[in-house]
Each structure stands twice: as C-alpha cells, then as structure tokens.
Design a binder for this molecule. Structure first.
Ligand code: GRF
Length: 238
C-alpha cells in the first residue's frame, strides 16, 4: 500500500492486525449505553468483526453495564470516589482494562476527563464519539449550543483520543440538518441514530485495518486524511 508514494509498514501500525483476526475491543461508558448496544448489535449481526472483551464504567448503576451483562460481556465498575485522585483512578482503570488485552478502547459516553499519564500508552488505540461536528462544541450541551448558535447543521464525530478534551485527530463525522422547531432533545434524538451508524462504521474500519493513527495523523489505507471521513447513506465512510 502506498501513502503519498511512501511504503507503509503495516506491522508498525499501532493496531496490529496480524496477531488476531478479530479485533478485541473494550468499551468505556458512563450511562445509557445505546452506542455500546449498536456495537453489540452489529457484532451479533455479523457486520462488525470484533470481540467486545470488556465494558467498564465509573458508574455501577450505568445501564450500559446491564446491556453488557445481557450480552454476556465481562463488566467492570470502579467508583472514582474510592480513589485519592483522578490519576489514581485512571491508572487503576486502564491497568484493569489492559488485563483484558483489548487492541482498541472505545469511549462511548464515558463522561470523564482522562489523566494524560494513564492515557499515554493507549494513544492511537482509543477513540471517542462526541455529539457535535468537532472542533465545534467540545464538552457538554452540544445540542443546545448548536441551536443557540443558529447552526443550519449539527452532527457527530468520532476521533482518536489525546490529552485534550474532545480533541484528538478526527476520524469521521455524520451531519444532520437542524429543523425548524428543533429542541435540544429532538436534535439529540435524531442525531443518536447517526451516532450509532457512525460508531459502527468507524470501528469496522479500524477492525479491518483500513484506518489507523500513525505519526499523529489519521490514515486510511495508508493515506493521511485531508478531512474527516463522512458517513454515507449506506452506512459506509467516504
Ligand atoms: C452520546 O451522545 C455520545 O456521543 C456522548 O454521550 C452520549 C452517550 O450515549 N459522548 P449512550 O450512553 O451511548 O446512549
């Protein structure tokens, strides 16, 4: 495969594809877990060749954990209040996650800022889904902020995670129109459908070894992206 004329050493990519035919995925989620469910459903339908090896949460009551249990997936709940610091919590969380040997970590509604030291070994192997067209509206209340700004379109982004909140190189986005009469809840509800499709498409591309973060740049088939991939109507990325 050629990247701008340079040969790409796929063995050197952060997510090695040769060790296992099925990508081992850990999902971190704090709440409802509908994005997790989308991954579970796609995996079960045979459209997403991954094994979800763990679902971990900072909330013992998170519905995401119940969804994982129902699917027969190992779960882990850790209470941040039992730790002396964010760094201590994140160090333990990531050490336990590592014990399940995931090749990829997916943040699917994991509502915590990550400690840079705990995160560092995972950079390139951890992605997040965020409900805005990043770099617009990092953080919370993205739907309300898009409405208040009078945006004509809204959307969702999947990005590789770095130490910056909702920062990190963008992998792909899905866009929806803002409609007359939209409220934050209505917008969120419509966008969630696209979040599920986008996340499944992105994890599928990573699992297929097509997309990877190399030298701080997202590459697809070895070629650095000039812009985030877009979700097409058929669920593929272009
Ligand atoms: C989603 O909107 C996701 O983009 C954001 O948190 C929400 C999680 O929803 N990061 P769910 O728990 O996956 O249903």
């Amino acid at each position: 495969m050629l990247a701008g004329g340079e040969p790409v050493d796929f063995d050197a990519l952060p997510i090695a594809r040769r060790s296992s035919p099925i990508l081992r995925v850990a999902v971190l989620a704090s709440g409802r877990g509908s994005n997790l469910q989308a991954l579970i459903d796609a995996q079960r339908a045979g459209t997403l060749p991954v094994e979800i090896v763990l679902v971990a949460s900072d909330k013992a009551q998170a519905p995401a954990l119940r969804r994982a249990e129902d699917a027969g997936i190992a779960t882990l709940a850790l209470d941040p209040k039992s730790y002396a610091s964010r760094a201590a919590f994140d160090a333990d969380l990531f050490a336990r996650v590592a014990g399940h040997e995931p090749a990829l970590i997916v943040l699917a509604g994991f509502m915590r800022i990550l400690d840079p030291t705990a995160l560092a070994p995972w950079v390139g192997r951890i992605v997040n889904i965020h409900p805005s067209l990043l770099p617009k509206y990092r953080g919370l209340h993205t739907h309300r902020r898009a409405l208040e700004a009078g945006d004509a379109t809204h959307g969702t982004s999947v990005h590789f995670v770095d130490a910056e909140l909702d920062g990190g190189p963008l992998l792909a986005q899905a866009e929806i129109p803002v409609l007359a009469g939209d409220t934050p809840d209505l917008l969120a509800e419509r966008l969630l459908v696209q979040e599920h499709r986008l996340l499944v498409a992105c994890v599928a591309e990573i699992a297929a070894g097509r997309v990877a973060l190399v030298d701080s740049r997202v590459r697809r088939d070895g070629v650095p992206l000039g812009a985030p991939l877009r979700l097409r109507a058929d669920g593929s990325l272009a």
